[in-house]
Design a protein around this ligand. Structure first.
Ligand SMILES: [Cu+2]
Length: 266
């Protein structure tokens, strides 16, 4: 009896302590990292011109930061109507808010769909004890060809779009198949974030990152309720562990990301 009372008396203190520990271990906003790969336009026309600028940042899109340092990406390329083109040498580092990001320009040569993709340098996240690598792609259509948007790159983890990933209205549904090593991942978890332009303050934490699960065939869907860029991130465990900067073997979080833009119907 007396022991129970003592435990009861201690409970609020223990709760407070465990809450403090938890808060220290998971700083706010540390959960939903997204690799961004955002083109200046997702539809190239005579009006936009042939030149596309691409911005690469590792950040928290809905919270508008903070940014995390990007190392030199391991791969950056485009799969277009003329085949695959290595664009690593086109990457230019930029410093934003004291962190390294990248930018690149690309000249579209002919009509067709251009699938840009990046394999970033692995990022050590001590709060989660994982090395993070977000394989990220975005599709740009040029001069109304509308052909090639569903081409798969063959990345270790990849989202295969089931909806043409450009020319989308607000309220359209996006669907895709989460794949790892070319095979669908049943019930994969997909995080979804809107790239906040500053016009929205999420009312509470669960609104920052939407979470959907794929079905038994690895197919997920999400209805996009607001104009702008939407990022879909399927976070999977990599095939092999990696060494963290201290030389310790840790799990690898392999993210498959795709970005799509939606516009208001008006
Ligand atoms: Cu972060």
């Amino acid at each position: 009896m007396r022991r129970d009372a003592a435990i009861e008396a201690m409970t609020p203190l223990l709760l407070a302590l465990s809450f403090m520990t938890f808060s220290l271990l998971t700083p706010l906003g540390a959960e939903a990292h997204f690799q961004e790969l955002i083109p200046s336009t997702d539809i190239v026309t005579a009006e936009t011109g042939k030149e596309i600028a691409l911005d690469l940042r590792f950040t928290h899109p809905m919270e508008r930061g903070p940014l995390m340092d990007m190392g030199q990406p391991l791969r950056f390329a485009v799969r277009g109507p003329g085949g695959e083109e290595d664009l690593l040498s086109e990457l230019r580092p930029q410093t934003i808010e004291g962190k390294q990001a990248f930018t690149a320009n690309y000249q579209v040569k002919r009509p067709g769909d251009y699938v840009f993709f990046v394999e970033p340098a692995p990022y050590w996240e001590p709060a989660e004890g994982v090395m993070i690598k977000h394989y990220t792609k975005v599709v740009v259509d040029a001069f109304g060809a509308e052909d090639g948007w569903d081409a798969e790159i063959g990345l270790p983890v990849e989202i295969a779009p089931l909806v043409r990933p450009y020319g989308l209205w607000t309220g359209n549904q996006f669907r895709g198949i989460v794949k790892q090593n070319g095979r669908p991942v049943p019930f994969a978890e997909v995080e979804v974030e809107w790239r906040n332009d500053g016009s929205l303050t999420p009312p509470s934490d669960p609104f920052i990152t939407q979470v959907v699960k794929a079905d038994g065939n690895g197919v997920f869907s999400y209805v996009m309720p607001r104009a702008g860029w939407w990022g879909f991130a399927a976070l999977l465990e990599g095939d092999a562990p990696m060494k963290n900067p201290e030389g310790k073997e840790v799990p690898m979080e392999a993210g498959a990301l795709i970005w799509v833009q939606v516009r208001d119907m008006r």
